[in-house]
Design a protein around this ligand. Structure first.
Ligand code: BGC
Length: 783
C-alpha cells in the first residue's frame, strides 16, 4: 500500500563508486548526505570546503561526533509523571572542513564564474571522497582543483583533506585559507517531527583558541552538559613557489592564510589534518595534548599513508562483508553503498552506538533506537562480530540508566532500556510511540541471544550478558499479569509494538512473543550459570539481589504467555483490539497524504487497521520456528495490504517473509525498495541523513531473504533461491569464528568454508559438514 514503485537511478551505475557529474542546487541537500564521510565517530556531510552560497533549505553544513550531545529540559504543554525529562541532541560541531581559495581578490565559489567541468566521487574501496573541477573566475582566470577528503576508519579522532590547485592560464597570487569555525548551530524544528532540535541558537560555546604556525585549535564547551571539545588542525603547504603564512582569528575562528606567488601549471597542495577530542572520552586536560599528538603523528605519516591504511582496512572489511550480485549493477552499487555507510556510522568503542541516521545528518537527533538490535546488529554480527560485541557493550554501559528508568516506570526491580537515547536517558517525548515500546528490552536480548549463538562468547555472557538478561526479564515479570478474563494467561497490557500506527494496546503479538523469548532465555541462562558457574551465579545474585523464585516466575510467565490469535481467520491478531477496528480507507487516500503521520492526527490513525511497518510479520521472521509456513503465509497475506511502509524499517522485513513464503516477485520488489532507498531517495528525506536500519535491512533481505539463512536452536541453515533477474549472488557469513562463502547460481548453491574449523549446517533439510577449504555444491531444488 502507499507509495509508487521504483524511482529512476540518480547516480550513474558503478559498482565501487558513487559519482555525480554535475553540481545541482536542487539536489545538493540530499547529495550532502550521500557523499557524507564518517568513521563511526566523526561524521562530515558532503559540504564543500569553500562554503555554500545557495538558497535556504538547499544545504545543511554539518559535522558530527557520534555520542557528543547537548541536553535541555523537554518542554511539555502538559506534563505528566514519568515523562522523559531531557533531550539529548547530537551536536553539529566545529566546522573543520573549511578551505577557501582566492585567485588574487576573486574568491572561488561554484556560484560565481563558470564551472567548466565537475565530478565528485565517493570511492568505497579506497574510502575517499574526491572532487575534481575546473573553474573560471569572473575575471577569466582558470584553475584546476582536486580535493580529496578522508575520515580515517582506523583512528576515530582523525580526518584529512588534500587540496590541490593548479593555475591553468595565469601566474599570480593564489591564497588558500584553512580554517576552523566554532560558530555552529543545529537545525531547528521543521514541520516534520523526525527532524530538528529545540535549541535556540548556539549551544557549543567557544572557550579558547590556540594558534601557532601551521597548527591551530579551538576549545568549545556545551552549555548544559558541560562537555568539552577540542578541534585541531595542522596544515602543510607544498609548492615550488614562494609563499607566506598569515594567521588570524576573526570571531569564533582560527585561520591559516597561505599566500602563494603561484605560477601557471604548477600545482599547489595544501594538506589539512583534522582532529576532534572530547571530554566524553578523556579528561578535559588531555584534550589539547591528545589533539596535538594525533596531528603530529598524522603529519609525519603523511596523507598518502592515511590513504593506504584506509584502503587496507577496507580491503579486509570487504573481504568479510562482500556481497556480489551478478546481473544487476544498480543493486550491486546499492548494497555496497549501504554496507559502506553502515561501517561509517557504527560506533566501535562500546560507549557509542549506531544512530538512526548514522553521523550523516540531524534527523532523529543522533538517537539510537531498536533499529540497532533488530536491523544493524545482525549485519555486523555475521560480518564483523567484534563490532556487534561493542554494540552490546554499549547497552551494558547504559544499564544503570535503564534501571533508573524502570524505577520511574514503577518497576521495583529490573531495567527498562530507553526507546531513544544517546547516553542512556530516555529521550522520547511522545510516549505512545516511545516509552510504550517496551519491546526494546526484548530486542536487546534477542541480539544478545544471536550473539551467543554465533560466537559462543561465554565470558561476555558471564560478565555482562546475564545481568542485562535478568534485569530485562524482571521488568517483563513485573509488567505482565495473569488475567482471569484471558484464562489466567500472562498478559502484557498497554504497550506499543513496532507498528507506530497503533499505540498503547493490550497484548501486542510481537511484544508478547519477544517477551516470552526474553523470559525463557533468562530462565535458561540462569539455570546454566547456576550449574556451570556457581560462583558467578552467587555473585550476580548478590549484586542484583535476585531471589530464586524470580527465576521460576520467569519460566512460568513464559510458559503461560498469552498470544493473541483470531481463530476465525486463523491469523495472529496484532493485539487484542486491532481486528475490531475499521480498515483504513486506502482507496481514498491520495498519494500525497503519505506518510500518514504527517497528514493525520495520531488518533485518527490509531483508530484504524493500518500499519506503518512490519509488526506481526516481523516476529514471524525473528522467531520463525514458532510459526509454521502456512501460518506465516496467512499472517503475511492479512497484514501486507494494511501496511503503508511509511517507516523505512518495513519493506525489508516484508521482503524476507515474502521470500520464505514463496512470493518471489514481491520479495524482489520489496528488496529493490530497500536496496537503493537512499541512493534513489525513495522516502524523499535522505537529506536528513541515511536510513541505517534499512541499509542493514538490505543485507538481511539478501541473506535471510533470498538465501533463506536462519538459525534455529543454534543450528545454521540455508534455503536459497536465485531471483529471476540475476545471474548469481554471493556473500559471506561469519559464524562461530568460521567464514562461510555462499554462492548461488542458476540451479545450484556452493558453500565454501573459507576459514575456520569444521562447520556443520543445513542446506534445506540436508546436513552438510565442511572442513576448512572444502566446498560443496547442492541443487537449489533440494537434491
Ligand atoms: C520507526 C521506528 C524507528 C524510528 C527510527 C520510526 O519511523 O517507526 O520503528 O525506530 O523511526 O528509525
Amino acid at each position: 500500500m502507499g507509495k509508487e514503485k521504483f524511482k529512476e537511478a540518480i547516480y550513474p551505475y558503478d559498482e565501487w563508486k558513487i559519482r555525480e557529474e554535475s553540481f545541482d542546487i536542487e539536489t545538493n541537500y540530499r547529495d550532502e548526505t550521500i557523499f557524507a564521510l564518517g568513521n563511526g565517530y566523526i561524521g562530515m556531510r558532503g559540504n564543500f570546503e569553500e562554503g555554500y552560497a545557495g538558497p535556504k533549505n538547499t544545504s545543511l553544513q554539518g559535522t558530527y561526533l557520534n555520542g557528543f550531545y547537548e541536553s535541555e529540559p523537554i518542554i511539555y504543554g502538559e506534563e505528566a509523571y514519568g515523562y522523559a525529562q531531557n533531550s539529548q541532541t547530537m551536536l553539529n560541531v566545529t566546522d573543520s572542513k573549511i578551505i577557501k581559495l582566492y585567485l588574487g581578490d576573486e574568491e572561488f565559489s561554484m556560484f560565481a564564474g563558470e564551472l567548466l567541468n565537475y565530478e565528485r566521487t565517493l570511492d568505497m574501496k579506497e574510502g575517499v571522497l574526491t572532487r575534481e573541477l575546473t573553474w573560471q573566475s569572473p575575471a577569466g582566470k582558470k584553475v584546476a582543483i582536486k580535493i580529496k577528503r578522508i575520515v580515517c576508519l582506523t583512528n576515530k579522532h582523525l580526518a584529512a583533506i588534500s587540496y590541490e590547485v593548479r593555475p591553468l592560464n595565469f601566474s599570480g597570487e593564489v591564497t588558500l585559507v584553512s580554517a576552523l569555525d566554532g560558530a555552529v548551530t543545529n537545525q531547528v524544528n521543521e514541520d516534520d517531527p523526525r527532524v530538528g532540535s529545540d535549541f535556540q541558537g548556539q549551544v557549543l560555546n567557544l572557550v579558547d583558541k590556540e594558534q601557532k604556525g601551521n597548527f591551530a585549535a579551538l576549545t568549545q564547551k556545551t552549555n548544559n552538559t558541560e562537555f568539552e571539545l577540542v578541534c585541531g588542525m595542522e596544515n602543510q603547504l607544498e609548492t615550488e613557489s614562494d609563499f607566506r603564512l598569515q594567521t588570524d582569528q576573526p570571531e569564533q575562528m582560527v585561520r591559516a592564510n597561505y599566500i602563494v606567488e603561484a605560477r601557471e601549471e604548477e600545482t599547489i597542495n595544501l594538506t589539512k589534518y583534522i582532529t576532534y577530542y572530547t571530554s566524553r572520552d578523556y579528561s578535559a586536560d588531555r584534550l589539547l595534548p591528545n589533539a596535538k599528538d594525533t596531528l603530529k603523528t598524522a603529519k609525519e605519516e603523511g596523507f598518502n599513508k592515511l590513504l593506504t591504511t584506509q584502503k587496507e582496512y577496507l580491503a579486509e572489511f570487504w573481504q568479510q562483508a562482500q556481497v556480489e550480485i551478478e546481473g544487476d549493477k544498480a543493486l550491486q552499487q546499492g548494497i555496497r553503498f549501504n554496507e559502506y555507510h553502515l561501517l561509517q556510522s557504527v560506533g566501535k568503542d562500546g560507549k557509542t552506538n549506531i544512530a538512526a541516521k548514522g553521523v550523516t545528518g540531524e534527523g532523529y537527533e543522533g538517537h539510537y533506537f531498536w533499529d540497532t538490535e533488530i536491523y544493524s546488529f545482525p549485519f555486523f554480527l555475521y560480518t564483523k562480530p567484534e563490532i556487534s560485541k561493542k554494540l552490546l557493550e554499549y547497552r551494558y554501559n547504559i544499564l544503570d540508566d535503564a534501571r533508573q528508568r524502570a524505577r520511574t516506570m514503577s518497576h521495583d526491580k529490573g531495567a527498562l532500556f530507553p526507546w531513544r537515547t544517546i547516553a542512556g536517558e530516555e529521550c522520547s517525548a511522545y510516549y505512545p510511540a516511545g516509552t510504550a515500546q517496551y519491546h526494546i528490552n526484548a530486542d536487546v536480548i534477542y541480539s544478545l541471544k544471536r550473539y551467543m549463538e554465533a560466537t559462543d562468547d561465554t565470558e561476555f555472557m558471564l560478565n555482562y550478558g546475564a545481568e542485562m538478561l535478568f534485569e530485562t526479564a524482571r521488568v517483563w515479570a513485573d509488567l505482565g499479569d495473569y488475567i482471569p478474563g484471558k484464562d489466567n494467561q500472562f498478559c502484557i497490557n498497554d504497550v506499543t509494538g513496532p507498528d507506530e500506527y497503533t499505540a498503547i494496546v493490550n497484548n501486542n503479538c510481537y511484544t508478547n512473543y519477544m517477551a516470552q523469548m526474553n523470559l525463557e532465555y533468562a530462565y535458561q541462562i540462569a539455570t546454566w550459570i547456576k550449574e556451570k558457574h556457581p560462583d558467578v551465579y552467587r555473585e550476580l545474585k548478590k549484586q542484583i539481589e535476585l531471589k530464586e523464585d524470580e527465576v521460576t516466575n520467569w519460566k512460568e510467565a513464559a510458559d503461560k504467555m498469552y498470544i493473541p490469535y483470531d481463530e476465525e481467520r486463523k491469523i495472529h491478531a496484532q493485539d487484542d483490539s486491532f481486528l475490531d477496528k475499521a480498515v483504513w480507507d486506502f482507496k481514498n487516500t491520495p498519494q500525497e497524504n503519505y506518510p500518514l503521520l504527517l497528514n493525520y492526527h495520531p488518533l485518527v490513525i490509531y483508530r484504524h487497521q493500518v500499519l506503518k511497518q512490519a509488526d506481526t510479520v516481523l516476529v514471524s521472521f525473528l522467531l520463525g520456528d514458532k510459526f509454521d509456513l502456512e501460518q506465516k503465509k496467512r499472517d503475511f497475506d492479512y497484514y501486507e495490504p494494511l501496511t503503508t511502509h511509511d517507516s523505512s524499517l518495513s519493506s525489508c522485513i516484508y521482503g524476507i517473509m515474502a521470500a520464505e513464503i514463496g512470493y518471489h516477485d514481491k520479495a524482489y520488489n520489496f528488496f529493490m525498495e530497500t536496496a537503493r532507498m537512499d541512493l534513489d531517495n525513495y522516502h524523499d528525506n535522505s537529506q536528513h541523513g541515511v536510513h541505517t536500519a534499512a541499509m542493514a535491512g538490505t543485507w538481511l533481505g539478501l541473506v535471510n531473504g533470498f538465501a533463506g539463512m536462519r538459525i534455529y536452536e543454534g543450528e545454521l541453515s540455508f534455503d536459497p533461491y536465485l531471483p529471476e533477474k540475476w545471474d548469481s549472488y554471493k556473500f559471506n557469513v561469519n559464524f562461530k569464528g568460521r567464514r562461510l562463502e555462499v554462492e548461488v547460481t542458476s540451479g545450484e548453491v556452493t558453500y565454501n568454508l573459507a576459514s575456520g574449523e569444521e562447520l556443520e549446517f543445513y542446506h534445506q533439510d540436508k546436513l552438510v559438514s565442511l572442513e576448512q577449504g572444502q566446498k560443496i555444491s547442492c541443487d537449489l531444488d533440494g537434491e
